[in-house]
Design a protein around this ligand. Structure first.
Ligand code: MG
Length: 377
């Protein structure tokens, strides 16, 4: 296997063969193209707002829970580690990781569901597609173009799922969903790193909130096995450190499996370039069947025991109602939005107005949504 001068594997994303930006720009003088993407994401308004957006627990419920920002940093950290080992493009992986949740509404998945329901007659709302919309259109910072004008590879990685209808409208970056093909390895990697990050940090946050039961959790193979090991090795460890140590080992276990399984898959496929990867129909960056099963089982456990916990649900119902009220109010009184949105919303076409309202609400932080709700009611 040949190695490029920059240390990247031949099947990694290489800047010199990248598909470029939607609007041509001269290459940066002191950075790579994907570093420039990452830097633009970090400088974006949407990125700064991630700190006040819910992952599972609403921001004001406590200072120690994950927010969308710390979640995104954990995704980047996991993905970068794997990228280095597999000799993938680390700045690209970092850019995708930091941008992947930019389109999330306030109040986590409850917010997304509420906004999607409000938008059901107007094309729906999907947070992943919204992340792409944020970087392609909604960020207004540059004199020469709308959005951040990111490279194709970063945009390809941000768009993880997409309906056929939306894919047709998106053009280049939507094409793979119609052809049922895979994106580059960097995009595949961030997709899994996202799941590894939340599965593990939600166990941590769930314990912190006192909503998860250790006895039940030890029945989960991934957790139970490491829990027993740690308990035997350190019988006097207090609960908090015990849980940390277990989570640390779980992440290590899953990430090691990801690296080993993906390495085997890469060797079997032997792709000569990113285009060879894009021609495949199944992911190359993957977990082994056993670990995938353990990982899915933990995800299911968290869905049943944490995301659907009565306490979490009560908060979700409250915040969903809040977003629905805000949506109706802005639809009937668009001038309650800032001028830039209000002007665009002055449109006889209801679906155009609804999209403007959805963009405005999706951009809100948790606490701003609360404040707006209070102001208007
Ligand atoms: Mg995420």
């Amino acid at each position: 296997m040949t190695t490029a001068a920059d240390g990247l594997a031949p099947y990694a994303a290489h800047e010199n063969t990248g598909r470029g930006r939607r609007i041509f720009e001269a290459p940066p003088a002191y950075r790579g193209e994907y570093q420039r993407d990452r830097d633009r994401i970090i400088h974006s308004t949407a990125f700064r707002r991630l700190v006040y957006k819910t992952q599972v627990f609403v921001n004001h419920e406590g200072d120690l829970y994950r927010t969308r920002l710390t979640h995104s940093l954990e995704v980047a950290q996991i993905a970068r580690t794997v990228a280095r080992v597999l000799r993938l493009n680390e700045p690209l992986v970092e850019a995708i990781s930091l941008a992947h949740d930019l389109g999330h509404t306030p109040f986590g998945h409850a917010g997304q569901d509420a906004l999607n329901a409000c938008m059901r007659h107007f094309g729906g709302f999907e947070h992943n597609l919204q992340s792409l919309r944020v970087v392609d259109e909604l960020e207004e910072k540059y004199a020469e173009f709308r959005g951040l004008n990111l490279t194709f590879e970063t945009r390809e990685g941000i768009l993880k799922h997409c309906s056929a209808r939306n894919a047709r409208e998106l053009g280049d970056v939507g094409k793979r969903f119609l052809e049922r093909r895979q994106p580059g390895l960097e995009a595949q990697l961030v997709n899994i790193a996202d799941a590894i990050a939340y599965n593990n940090h939600d166990v941590d946050d769930g314990f912190r909130a006192g909503l998860l039961d250790v006895g039940l959790l030890t029945q989960q193979p991934l957790f139970g096995e490491h829990y027993q090991e740690v308990q035997e090795a350190y019988p006097d460890l207090d609960d908090r450190r015990l849980i940390y140590e277990v989570i640390r080992r779980m992440i290590g276990h899953v990430v090691s499996d990801l690296i080993e399984t993906s390495s085997r898959n890469i060797r079997a496929l032997d792709p000569a370039s990113i285009e060879d990867v894009r021609a495949t129909t199944d992911p190359v960056i993957a977990l082994s069947d056993d670990v995938l099963e353990q990982h899915r089982s933990l995800k299911k456990f968290l869905r049943e025991n944490l995301y659907r916990h009565p306490q979490v649900r009560a908060m979700n119902e409250e915040t969903q109602e809040m977003l629905e009220t805000l949506f109706t109010q802005y639809m009937t009184q668009p001038d309650q939005m800032p001028p830039a949105f209000a002007i665009q919303a002055e449109n006889d076409d209801e679906s155009v107005r609804a999209r403007v309202v959805a963009d405005y609400i999706a951009g809100m932080t948790d606490r701003f949504a609360y404040a707006e709700h209070k102001r208007l009611n």
